[in-house]
Write a protein that binds this ligand. Structure first.
Ligand code: SF4
Length: 201
């Protein structure tokens, strides 16, 4: 009789365990199939940087070095150069001949974004930057600058009434994450969005 009771208890415990497992089959899964499925970030997530352009293709960066000065981690290097009539890269007198961010030093605080008078440097929602060599984390202009067709806003020297600030407009575009889709507010976000392999709809 005692043995019979013990066996009954074991079957009960087994059923209880199976019921717990079975119950989870109908619950929403907390895990996602990264990297083919990507999680949506918080709206103000700070990820990899990008350098913006104006709609006419001119670079927004004027090589003023304010971002480099504001950076508490000394992660930014800017070397300015003069624009010439034959080779005008940005509105105004100067452009950034060299612009580098050491993403390993960066603390993604967004001070560069705040300091920039032209909304040139922006932190995007991108966070995938793993690599095997430390040197690969130094992002130069070739990797930071968006393509000419991805520019936003009117370049200051083309405005009819002087140089009004377009920061209000840019601030909207500058918001790095589209809350609905997670990735559509920036140029590189668009690139991510078109890579639909396994992405959640
Ligand atoms: S990104 Fe902005 S703050 Fe930095 S050098 Fe260019 S214009 Fe100046």
């Amino acid at each position: 009789m005692k043995r019979y009771k013990k066996n009954l208890f074991n079957v009960g415990a087994l059923m209880q365990g199976m019921a717990t497992t079975f119950g989870f089959m109908f619950k929403k899964k907390p895990t996602i199939q990264y990297p083919s499925v990507k999680k949506q970030h918080a709206p103000r997530f700070h990820g990899l940087h990008e350098l913006r352009r104006y709609a006419d293709g001119k670079e927004r960066c004027i090589g003023c070095e304010l971002c480099a000065i504001a950076c508490p981690a000394n992660a930014i290097t800017v070397v300015g150069a003069e624009n010439t009539p034959e080779d005008r890269k940005s509105p105004g007198e100067r452009n950034a001949a060299r612009y580098e961010i050491d993403e390993l030093r960066c603390i993604f605080g967004g001070m560069c974004e705040e300091a920039c008078p032209t909304d040139a440097i922006v932190l995007t929602p991108r966070f995938e930057m793993s690599d095997y060599r430390r040197g690969s984390f130094i992002y130069a202009k070739d990797r930071l600058l968006v393509p000419p067709e991805a520019g936003v806003g009117t370049a200051p020297d083309e405005r009819p009434n002087g140089i009004p600030s377009d920061l209000g407009i840019v601030a909207e575009v500058k918001s790095t994450t589209d809350i609905a889709t997670g990735y559509s507010a920036t140029n590189r976000g668009e690139i991510l969005k078109t890579e639909t392999r396994g992405l959640a709809p």
